[in-house]
Design a protein around this ligand. Structure first.
Ligand SMILES: C[S@@+](CC[C@H](N)C(=O)[O-])C[C@H]1O[C@@H](n2cnc3c(N)ncnc32)[C@H](O)[C@@H]1O
Length: 256
């Protein structure tokens, strides 16, 4: 082969190589772009469906509880309307005498309104943040629900639960007596691992024989682990997971 022919062959190989490279690169880009576009579309339509579902739950709550002033909903911090719907349906149907909740806010207002409609029952809300306790009391006043709920300022203190230290609510102001319904939506998860775990070890002796326990944000790994721990430690409990936006764990105690 002459020198010229060798150069020609080399050039040909480089051109063919470049064409092949360009072809696959183009196909790869098309594939990537197409799938990310599809993913974005799925994400947006799921988000819209979720918002629509929450809006439906919000309207149904407002109508069911006849709350003409609307709901003072704080995105991110308030429990979602679908969780609120689950706990209010339970409260209206089972008419608990004593409701205790860990963390105050919209949940306090909704449950107090249920007690008012039931003409029985009282909500005791443990709240670690003084300003949030005050805000919840103001809401109760505005909605004329002060007879049905008490917000207890319960600073977090070091408690031992199952031999481990946790930051959890001071409960010395919580009246003695059995709890028919327990709603767990605090303390916040960023504080410590298994932040909501102490609720059962520390309140178990006060729970009524047929108490129902609701925990929000149950779709998170931390909360799933907490439920596993509770189920292994308290065989009297049964568990149902409701697929709300953030997940709702319902634990039923049956002591008899
Ligand atoms: C997840 S929130 C839930 C409150 C309540 N269960 C509800 O549904 O409205 C838990 C805690 O976050 C705190 N919190 C409430 N609103 C907040 C806000 N806007 N910013 C920071 N913390 C807030 C309060 O101490 C509250 O007890």
């Amino acid at each position: 082969m002459t020198f010229d022919a060798a150069i020609l062959l080399l050039l040909l190989l480089v051109v063919v190589g470049l064409l092949i490279h360009q072809h696959y690169r183009q196909r790869l880009l098309e594939k990537l772009f197409h799938s990310s576009q599809q993913q974005t579309e799925t994400l947006i339509s799921n988000k819209i469906a979720g918002l629509f579902h929450q809006f439906e739950a919000y309207l149904s709550l407002r109508d069911r509880l006849d709350l003409k002033q609307g709901l003072p909903y704080t995105p991110y911090w308030s429990a979602g309307p679908d969780f609120l719907k689950v706990i209010t349906e339970h409260c209206l149907q089972h008419r608990p005498n004593t409701v205790v909740e860990c963390s105050s806010g919209l949940t306090t207002l909704m449950l107090a309104r249920c007690c008012q409609l039931n003409q029985q029952g009282h909500v005791y809300s443990l709240e670690n943040g003084e300003q949030y306790a005050e805000a919840s009391r103001e809401h109760l006043q505005r909605y004329q629900l002060t007879t049905e709920a008490t917000v207890i300022h319960a600073p977090l203190e070091t408690k031992s639960a199952n031999g481990k230290p946790f930051q959890w609510y001071a409960i010395d102001q919580l009246p003695k007596g059995s709890i028919d319904m327990l709603v767990i939506d605090g303390p916040p998860g960023f504080l410590q691992k298994h932040s909501r775990y102490p609720a059962l070890p520390l309140l178990f002796d006060r729970l009524a024989d047929h108490c129902t326990i609701f925990m929000d944000d149950a779709d998170r790994d931390d909360e799933r682990e907490i439920v596993e721990l509770w189920l292994s430690e308290y065989p009297e409990l049964t568990h149902e997971f409701i697929k709300t936006e953030r997940g709702c764990s319902v634990l039923t105690l049956n002591r008899s």
